[in-house]
Ligand binder design. Structure first.
Ligand code: ADP
Ligand code: MG
Length: 337
């Protein structure tokens, strides 16, 4: 007993001297636990450091004491990334704003849909969420000086609404070569929520292994699978946690590679609202909090669309009117009053 304690003590001391940079370096974690942690999304020190002991226990079946210990060690060894104001300014200067095809909408976005940010559009069926995603997938390919981001798009399609024929129309509308444009959009159909999460993770392979210059990731829709799969199962907390992690990975990709993330979200009826629009985005606060820009889309007068900036770090709440035609997103031609 006594001998054991001293041995453990020594072991601990030498482990602490060793630099801990990955989950595998954490003391007392065997390969089986590493695999389980990894399967649950705890792939790096940060994810362990910010986990709760309960999450780690749930993922690995290790004791709560061990979980607490590895969290504490992960925290102690994490190189925290504090950036100074001028560094932040330099990072902001790298940000590209992808123009939408509508000047009014660009104005609403403060110049366009930003890289290194999540832009969420929510609205009812037919409000134009997918059309904006398709338009961005085309226009992000334009050179930076011409309103694009000079790169390609990844389109994660959860509803089966991606249409290459539509891309051809929108490319023509932007005076671009449709064949080239089609080649520069990587489309994947996500069949369920886990598949969607996996696809988002695989985007990094496209960038790192295939060397693709991805500048836009569209997830259309972000929430549909989650909503369908977790309906009425009393697992709302589970669902929220999964969406949260999924969005964290997206924003990390966006930050790391200066990519614009565009996600769509549905609305549900809110029967307790008697005035105004009785709808609310699904995914609750988790989606809202993780989105940098949150925009509500609805149908307007005479076939127009109305976009309302609901939440943004540096843009006041405001509205823009735009249209969708054969060539994609456009300014609405409003009759002079
Ligand atoms: P959701 O918000 O459900 O994703 P969409 O983005 O698919 O909605 O919007 C569908 C609408 O886009 C259609 O009702 C139509 O008004 C418009 N639209 C789609 N394709 C075309 C087209 N080729 N020409 C003109 N308008 C189109
Ligand atoms: Mg759609």
């Amino acid at each position: 007993m006594k001998k054991d304690e001293t041995e453990n003590g020594c072991e601990q001391a030498s482990e602490e001297k060793k630099k801990i940079i990955s989950v595998a370096d954490l003391p007392g974690i065997g390969p089986a636990s590493i695999d389980k942690l990894s399967a649950a999304g705890f792939n790096d020190l940060l994810s362990v450091a910010v986990a709760t002991p309960g999450e780690i226990v749930g993922a690995t079946e290790m004791s709560e004491a061990t979980a607490k210990k590895i969290i504490a060690i992960a925290r102690a060894n994490l190189e925290m990334d504090f950036a100074s104001g001028d560094e932040m300014m330099r990072r902001r200067e790298k940000i590209i704003k992808i123009k939408t095809g509508s000047e009014e909408l660009d104005k609403l976005f403060g110049g366009g849909v930003e890289t290194s940010a999540i832009t969420e559009c929510y609205g009812q069926f037919g409000s134009g969420k997918t059309q904006l995603g398709l338009t961005l997938a085309v226009r992000c390919q334009l050179p930076v000086g011409q309103g694009g981001a000079g790169g390609m798009a990844v389109f994660i399609d959860t509803e089966g609404t991606f249409r290459p024929e539509r891309i051809v129309q929108i490319a023509k509308g932007a005076n671009m070569d449709p064949d080239e444009v089609l080649k520069n959009i990587k489309v994947a159909r996500a069949f369920n929520a886990d598949h969607q999460i996996l696809l988002a993770e695989k985007v990094e392979d496209l960038i790192k292994k295939q060397g693709l210059n991805v500048k836009l990731i569209v997830v259309d829709s972000l929430t549909a699978h989650f909503r369908a799969e977790y309906i009425g199962r009393g697992t709302l907390a589970d669902r929220q946690q999964k969406i949260n992690k999924h969005m964290h990975r997206l924003i990390k990709l966006g930050d790391q590679y200066n990519i614009a993330i565009y996600v769509t979200n549905q609305v549900m009826a809110r029967p307790d609202t008697f005035f105004g629009d009785p709808t609310e985005a699904i995914g609750g606060h988790i989606v809202g909090h993780n989105s940098t820009y949150r925009v509500y889309l609805r149908r307007g007068k005479k076939g127009t669309r109305v976009a309302k900036m609901v939440d943004a770090p540096n843009i006041a709440e405001s509205e823009a009117i735009f249209a969708v035609d054969e060539g994609g997103v456009r300014d609405a031609k409003l009759p002079k009053e």
